[in-house]
Design a protein around this ligand. Structure first.
Ligand code: UD1
Ligand code: BG6
Length: 371
């Protein structure tokens, strides 16, 4: 079943051009006329009006699924105009946080069986919210228990560390944003540019997967380290959290994803010549802020690895004293799908080099069905 691959995680990382194609199949159309660019999500089309009119959209999930929702949050806010809040399922349940009939609660779960997410679903339902599922598993408890939803159709994922489900979840939530915004004339150009890039995404993912050997070399450099920090912001705050989660859960190395805007409020104290730091600084509206973060980290002699847009290495880090991971550009809201892939590859190679179990990391389970 693993074919030419050594591990399921490796297979699933390399499968992403295909899994993304399947996720989008039948849902996006593009005719000759630009007005024919459309998104149709069969499971949501009768509920879009209710979602657009809701007072708030609440994303609820655990682990990687929560990170995927965080990556999609900005584009949902931009195209729907509805405020979006984020909840880790266990925290919402612990707090019994307020949820109202006017809310739309979106439950993101690869397995559709995670106990905390299910409990949050029962809670939101009993409070009268519209409950929407984003799941990979047809017939799962969350798919059945929600009022409506979208299957991500990424195919079965076996590696405990989620990879292809993450990128398909972001693609689906971006399509949800496009569907929510399709009654707005002012965002038409933006919507069409995103649809065009969704069509190109599988080929861009193929391109970024070519970094495999480079990521293996980087893993050789980092394999003895105790810790790895990853700084991101904007669309790629989620990439920093998810990249660190991958390194932590499979390579068993301490890693922390940090919102770059918080750098001066604590993390800067950790910076010295030895601690490796990945800074995500691909081209988007936050680029100049990330340039200044890089300068400040360099001023403290930080050991930097900068993820930047292909061809942009010099402008992102002018002193040249850092290593680069160069990735192809796509629309800002899709960039997290591209940017996570080198970090998935890095986590994979670190795990193999450190001699740990890739597909079944110590103490972890694919689906956490107990609390
Ligand atoms: C559906 C079919 C697909 C078919 C397509 C043709 C299923 C599972 N999907 O896909 O095989 O090719 O029509 O038009 O039969 N739902 C939830 N919660 C969730 C996820 C989904 O309630 O978490 C509901 C949706 O609201 C919808 C149904 O499940 O009623 C199927 O969802 P989805 O597979 O995403 O719909 P389509 O893409 O239209
Ligand atoms: C577990 C898995 O912790 O559950 C993670 O090991 C996953 O990979 C998390 O992200 C949430 O699972 P699900 O199925 O609800 O997306």
């Amino acid at each position: 079943k693993k074919g030419k691959y050594d591990h399921f995680m490796q297979k699933e990382i390399h499968e992403q051009p295909d899994s993304l194609t399947t996720t989008m199949r039948g849902r996006l159309t593009r005719g000759r006329e630009s007005k024919m660019k459309t998104v149709v999500l069969g499971g949501l089309k009768d509920h879009l009006r209710t979602i657009r009119r809701s007072r708030r959209i609440i994303f609820i999930g655990c682990g990687t699924s929560y990170n995927a929702a965080l990556a999609a949050r900005p584009i949902i806010e931009e195209l729907s105009g509805v405020p979006v809040t984020m909840e880790l399922a266990s925290d919402l349940v612990d707090r019994q946080g307020p949820i109202y009939r006017e809310d739309t609660a979106v439950f993101v779960s690869q397995s559709g069986e995670t106990a905390d997410t299910l409990q949050a679903l029962e809670y939101a339902k009993s409070n009268g919210a519209l409950c929407v599922g984003i799941t990979n598993t047809v017939g799962s408890a969350i798919a059945r228990g929600t009022h409506c939803g979208v299957h991500i159709n990424a195919g079965c994922e076996i590696g405990v560390a989620s990879t292809k489900a993450y990128t398909s979840q972001i693609a689906v939530m971006t399509m949800v944003a496009l569907a929510l915004g399709d009654d707005s004339i002012s965002c038409r150009v933006r919507r069409e540019a995103i649809i065009d890039d969704l069509f190109d995404l599988p080929s861009k993912v193929k391109e970024v997967l070519k970094l495999d050997t480079e990521m293996k070399e980087l893993a050789k450099l980092l394999m003895e380290e105790q810790s790895l920090l990853i700084f991101g912001r904007g669309y790629n705050y989620a990439t920093a959290l998810e990249g660190a989660l991958k390194v932590k859960e499979v390579a068993l190395m301490h890693s922390e994803g940090i919102l770059a805007g918080e750098m001066k409020h604590g993390p800067l104290a950790l910076v010295d010549e030895t601690l490796p730091i990945i800074v995500i600084a691909t081209c988007d509206a936050t680029f100049s802020k990330q340039q200044s973060v890089i300068q400040q980290l360099q001023a403290r002699k930080g050991r930097l690895i900068v993820m930047c847009t292909k061809g942009d290495a010099l402008s992102s880090c002018s002193s040249g004293a850092c290593r680069f991971i160069e990735v192809p550009p796509v629309q800002d809201c899709l960039q997290p799908i591209i940017n996570i892939i080198p970090l998935q590859l890095l986590a994979y190679h670190l795990t193999v080099l450190r001699g740990y179990n890739v597909d079944q990391p110590r103490n972890l389970a694919k689906s956490v069905t107990t609390q």
